[in-house]
Design a protein. Structure first.
Length: 105
C-alpha cells in the first residue's frame, strides 16, 4: 500500500526524472515511459504503480550522499514552508537550543 501523498510522490518523481532520462527512469521503475510521463503530468496512477514509484524513489535516495547537517537543514527549510510562522520559529529554536547536531564518530 503506498504511503506518500500523491502530490508529494509526483513532485519527488518529477525531480528524480530530471536527473536522468524519462526512458531510463521508466525502465528502472518497470513502467512505460508514457505511463511515467502521464503520472508526472497529473494522471491518476493505480496503487501498485504508486508503490513502484515509492520504491524507486527510496532506492535512489539510498544511493545518494550520506546525510549531513547541511542537507538536514535544507530539508527542514523545505518542510518549514508548510508550517505556520509560530511552528517554524519553534522548530528553529529547538534546533538552536540543541546546539546543532554533531557528526557521528
Amino acid at each position: 500500500m503506498p504511503t506518500l501523498p500523491v502530490e508529494l510522490l509526483r513532485d519527488a518523481v518529477a525531480r528524480a526524472v530530471v536527473q536522468t532520462s524519462l526512458r531510463k527512469a521508466a525502465r528502472e521503475i518497470s513502467i512505460s515511459p508514457n505511463g511515467l510521463r502521464n503520472f508526472i503530468n497529473g494522471a491518476v496512477a493505480r496503487p501498485a504503480t504508486c508503490l513502484k514509484l515509492e520504491r524507486w524513489i527510496a532506492r535512489r535516495n539510498l544511493k545518494s550522499r550520506m546525510p549531513t547537517e547541511g542537507r538536514f537543514i535544507k530539508l527542514l527549510n523545505e518542510v518549514a514552508v508548510d508550517l505556520t510562522p509560530r511552528n517554524a520559529a519553534a522548530l528553529d529554536r529547538g534546533y538552536g537550543a540543541a546546539g546543532g547536531f554533531e557528526a557521528k564518530s
